[in-house]
Design a binder for this molecule. Structure first.
Ligand SMILES: C[S@@+](CC[C@H](N)C(=O)[O-])C[C@H]1O[C@@H](n2cnc3c(N)ncnc32)[C@H](O)[C@@H]1O
Length: 229
């Protein structure tokens, strides 16, 4: 088992590569998810095939730290995590008393062999649902379901996905809900950035995005807060 240690010392458990591979072998994952798992070995991301969900990305830690700083907010709340991968941020909200957590990832293999087992490794009493879908499918598949909190880490690197992310947020956020996105300020070589994402969200006029926390580093990072106008 791997352990992620947060700044305040809290620890979250998640499956290591050998445990993920054992799950895939035991449940014949290679046959069922050939396309996704083929690409997983080649690169961090193969756009719209395998989107990096089996790895813990840097900003996950920032989002978990931010959740720790706001830990009193989650008791009895509903939480959606978009592009969850390991889902450590939403697992943390479950640890802090969230009552329902919905974890979305692009890849069904990630949900089955990483996301759901990680929820089982960290004690909590939330009702958990994990589902694979593209962001453009979120409004239809959630079918009117709304959440108090929407979380997302390292998901704004591709500007082509901004419309789908925007529409997913509009569909899923409660009127008094809040979304937190953890992201690098710039994604060099891919094009996405915090200013571009915030501008895209704000120009649509339905949601308002602002910077809630600055994380200083060689590549600076941000927590973006998004609410309904
Ligand atoms: C770079 S990974 C980040 C994973 C995790 N949130 C973290 O920070 O460790 C990007 C995540 O967004 C999801 N994703 C990317 N593009 C997507 C799309 N078009 N539709 C749905 N999910 C997508 C992927 O499945 C992947 O888990």
């Amino acid at each position: 088992m791997n352990i992620l240690k947060l700044t305040n010392g809290r620890e979250l458990s998640y499956l290591n590569e050998v445990e993920i591979r054992m799950g895939i072998d035991e449940r014949k994952g290679e046959e069922r998810y050939k396309d996704e798992l083929e690409n997983m070995g080649i690169s961090d991301i193969t756009v719209h095939k395998y989107e990096g969900g089996f790895k813990i990305w840097e900003c996950t830690v920032d989002l978990c730290d931010f959740i720790e700083e706001n830990q009193s907010l989650f008791a009895g709340k509903t939480v959606l995590e978009l592009g969850c991968g390991a889902a450590l941020p939403s697992i943390l909200t479950a640890v802090h008393g969230a009552k329902e957590v919905f974890a979305q990832d692009f890849n069904a293999s990630v949900i089955e062999f990483f996301t759901i087992p990680n929820f089982e490794e960290n004690p909590h009493s939330a009702v958990v649902q994990g589902e694979a879908m593209g962001w453009e499918e979120v409004p239809t598949k959630l079918n009117g379901r709304k959440f108090d909190f929407i979380l997302s880490s390292e998901t704004i690197y591709n500007e082509e996905d901004y419309q789908a992310l925007h529409d997913a947020l509009v569909a899923a956020i409660k009127d008094d809900g809040v979304a937190w996105f953890a992201a690098k300020f710039f994604y060099f070589g891919v094009g996405g950035s915090v200013p571009a994402f915030c501008q895209f969200i704000n120009e649509r006029g339905i949601l308002v995005a602002s910077e809630a926390k600055v994380i200083q580093a060689s590549v600076p990072r941000r927590i973006i807060e998004i609410k309904k106008v």
